[in-house]
Design a binder for this molecule. Structure first.
Ligand code: PBG
Length: 324
């Protein structure tokens, strides 16, 4: 029962103007969050071999990069630290003069209006590379909470505008909320990595952040890629514990999860277009197999169409440039 030829879908596809008027999903620079790696023992920026174009930055050289990011109109950076010293309990994660704490101060001095978000997780700071403390070969949930809360608090004391726990311990959003409120930081929002899957797409990041687990894997705390109802429970729990923004991560293999979370709750929703998703596009583009710009815009539009409000992406500076 087609109405053709009365109805013709091609009528509204005839010109850029008409396509613009009927477009349903928009990408804009204020939706972008750019992850940054700050390394304590570097003097010069070091390119991450599995992530062409992405650097580990020494503190001393961060200023120019921050000026560039701010000038592009990007809303926020998300900081990851690579400390020169690691130990069993990730001491450098909550040291007042730790690498991230100093980076926050430096960024705020250069670009006070740029939002500084921090990843809260112990894996870059522990000698074993797990996201919490280990006893008897297993990651201890409740003992890790106190350290994660200390880490978040130290970031906020250094000037962070928002904290983003990515460790996947149960109860961490509540523990962090409680610690921040107790110290007078009730206005600082928490962006919870609520549905964070145990994913092969984090491979390049672990080189970038030096955070690969030294034994085992993260499947006892990160989610099984096969589950979506469980993601909705994670989201509900994080909301109950006080999350202000929820996140789905990775993005591309989880567009259905993004959509379901979007339909399930009213919170702002972030999606993390992770390292492996970046590297795959870069590698194919470098081989001349795909048109990088076109693919990046298509992918990010797809993540927005699935329901994400904001996008954490290593392509943020390129996209900001292309949108100008
Ligand atoms: C820390 C953390 C990871 C990522 C963000 N925070 C790695 C992991 O959980 O192993 C991945 C980001 C990316 O791949 O771009 N726990």
């Amino acid at each position: 029962m087609s109405n053709f030829p009365i109805v013709r879908m091609r009528r509204t596809r005839q010109s850029d103007q008409l396509r613009g008027l009927v477009r349903e999903t928009h990408l804009s620079v204020e939706q972008l969050i750019y992850p940054l790696f700050i390394a304590e023992d570097l003097n010069e920026p070091r390119e991450i071999s599995s992530m062409p174009g992405i650097m580990q930055w020494p503190l001393e050289q961060l200023g120019h990069e921050i000026e560039r990011i701010a000038a592009l109109g990007i809303s926020a950076v998300l900081l990851f630290g690579i400390p020169s010293e690691k130990d069993e309990v990730g001491t450098q994660a909550y040291a007042s003069q730790g690498i991230v704490q100093r980076a926050i101060q430096r960024i705020k001095a250069v670009a006070p209006q740029l939002m500084v978000m921090t990843d809260v997780c112990l894996c870059e700071y522990t000698s074993h590379g797990h996201c919490g403390v280990i006893h008897n070969g297993t990651v201890q949930n409740d003992e890790s909470l106190e350290l994660l809360a200390r880490m978040a608090l130290s970031h906020v004391e250094a000037g962070a505008d928002l904290v983003a726990p990515s460790d996947m311990m149960d109860g961490r959003v509540g523990a962090i909320r409680h610690a921040l409120d107790e110290q007078g930081f009730s206005a600082i929002p928490i962006m919870a990595y609520s549905a964070k899957y145990a994913s092969g797409f984090y491979g390049p990041f672990r080189e970038a952040a030096g955070s690969a687990p030294q034994f085992g894997d993260r499947r006892s705390y990160q989610m099984d890629p096969a589950n979506v109802r469980e993601a909705l429970r994670e989201v509900e729990l994080d909301i109950a514990e006080g999350a202000d923004i929820v996140m789905v991560k990775p993005a591309l293999a989880y567009l259905d999860v993004i959509r379901q979370v979007r339909d399930h709750c009213a919170l702002p929703l972030a999606a993390y277009n992770v390292s492996g998703e970046y590297s795959m596009i870069k590698a194919a583009a470098q081989n001349g197999w795909i048109d990088e710009r076109r693919i990046v815009m298509e992918v990010l539009t797809g993540i927005r169409r699935a329901g994400a409000d904001m996008l954490i992406t290593y392509f943020a500076p390129d996209v900001a440039q292309w949108l100008k």
